[in-house]
Design a protein around this ligand. Structure first.
Ligand code: SF4
Length: 165
């Protein structure tokens, strides 16, 4: 990657991906992050992530997408989402939607929050083969629930973007 001599890359920093965990319930064949149930949240703790968001706000970042791994497995996700919103940063959470913890449902319905997911196949067997777990029915149910609860759910059919999915 080359950095423009003018430093405009900093001025243009409006979007950030925050990869807050390497842990995931699934073992997708296409996961370039190699996320797995045995994965960890890594060495960056909650205070570090909060500092990142504070600095992002100072730099004018307008949108953050939380990724992983599966970001809903990170115990600090709700606090990070709320901090971003308080900093006037829009949030998108990229989740496999296998399971949505009850503590996060109200967070996902806050103004400024979008929920994104992927749906590997309408064929349950194919979907489960891709994800390495029995996940199709759970994901589909949560896609439907999220869609019913919010106008800002963003399901996508097909393999997830390589961004950890
Ligand atoms: S691709 Fe996404 S859902 Fe699949 S194992 Fe990786 S992080 Fe989990």
């Amino acid at each position: 990657m080359s950095v423009p001599a003018t430093g405009t890359w900093r001025d243009d920093l409006s979007f950030m991906w925050l990869e807050i965990t390497g842990k995931c319930q699934l073992e997708c064949t296409h996961c370039y992050a190699d996320s797995r149930p045995q994965g960890t949240h890594g060495t960056i703790d909650l205070a570090d992530w909060q500092r990142v968001i504070s600095e992002a706000a100072e730099l004018g970042v307008a949108r953050i997408q939380f990724i992983g791994g599966e970001p809903t497995l990170h115990p600090g996700l709700a606090a990070l989402v709320r901090q971003a919103l308080d900093s006037r940063i829009e949030v998108e959470v990229l989740s496999n939607l296998v399971s949505v913890p009850g503590r996060l449902r109200s967070v996902f319905e806050l103004p400024g929050v979008r929920l994104a997911t992927s749906y590997s196949s309408p064929d349950a067997d194919e979907h489960d083969t891709i994800t390495g777990r029995t996940s199709h029915d759970k994901t589909l149910a949560n896609v439907r629930q999220a869609g019913a609860a919010s106008a800002t759910a963003r399901p996508r059919v097909g393999s997830r973007k390589p961004a950890r999915r």
